[in-house]
Design a binder for this molecule. Sequence first.
Ligand code: HEM
Length: 415
Amino acid sequence: MIPVWHDAQFHARIARLTPHARFGCGTLHPMRRADHHPSRRTFLDVTGAMMAAGLTAGCTSDSARPGRHAPPAGATPMPVAATGRHQAGITIPQPAQPNLLAVVADLGATVAPGPLLAELGQAIRTLTAGTDTRLMGLPPGDLTVTVGVGPRLVRTAGASLPGAADLPRFSRERIASPARGGDLLVQICAGDALLLPVVAAALLDQAGDRIRERWRQSARRGANVSVGNGLTAPRNPLGFIDGIVGPHTTAAQQRDLWLAGPPAVAGGTLAVLRRMELDLPRFAALSVAEQEAVFGRRRASGAPLSGGTVASSPELGAKTPDGRYLVPANAHVRRANPTVVGAGLMLRRSYSTDEPAPGLLFISFQNDLRTFTATLAHMDTSDALLPFTTTTASATFLILPGFDRQHPLGSQLFG
Ligand code: HEM
């Protein structure tokens, strides 16, 4: 039977969890570097390290409400509910956690996705609750794990389902074959960078030799800047506030972010990951005015070059007295503008990288792959930002609908 989640059910569930939100949660660990090495390991054996019991049973959260602000520095981040209509790690927590590890893997040819995904979902519940011994007693804090399946697997469930199409090729790509596509995405995000490789090891151990890792990427987000309407966004390595425009209201998320159907995918969404190296020295050699012309926004404030505040929409028709566009014709915010492109809004939740090269792990979520492909096709012809980028990894995944104990991860699609 296909489970159907109703919003009221979900909110009642979150409300029930609220009183326990801070029970047993430890303090933040100092930031440490996560594992940056791209790996060809098929799996990790951490059984010898299964020692300490989890300390944080009962950590569940009311942090599903959008617009919440991060706790003060040094405070324990609020736990995030792993279960519900949608997976965590997309719209919650808000703001997004500062650290990310994305692991992309393939399934063995004879592996049944249903049981594997159900096991991963069960492991995600115990890891985020802090009751999994493989956490070795580390407090999970605001840990989220988001799981997606690649086009090959989606096609085994239905050739016309959302998520069944591969991403096309675009210009300025230099992608080694292991870093293109993949069957399984595990996106791990947390306030504590130490958790990321530990959680990845636990999930890879759970999957065992049923999966083969293709590539992984660690990344982080800078400090959050207020962008109005109770929202925040970080700066990217080029110094510009990144993540201002997107489906931030419930109505916009219903329209452009979450898949409404068919039932096998309802409550899910489509993710695009693109690892983009940035030519920092060449961008830094530009004057601030030239840098702002590349994006079409002010570097310091994030305001559009057509005026207003960071929360203002760019006025694309506005011109100087001598007839030049205030937001240049090849500015990124004009080339990527959803109205100009004729596409929906995408939720951009990108993280910055420093290895293998400085750049951006661009991550977008949208309910129509065309939102991404039409935008990048429109940028490809003349976006002033693109000459500063080289894309070195590229993949799309159907992010599975949310899950809980009664409705295992992946059961809507592979049950
Ligand atoms: C390294 C690569 C990229 C960087 C550094 C970057 C950075 C930015 C920045 C600073 C903004 C303006 C502020 C904001 O609305 O967040 C922006 C806007 C935007 N970007 Fe990117 N971006 C990159 C690649 C892409 C790609 C690959 C896409 C999709 C194909 C994309 C889609 C968008 C969209 C849709 C907007 C909003 C435009 C608007 O309506 O104003 N970006 N980006």
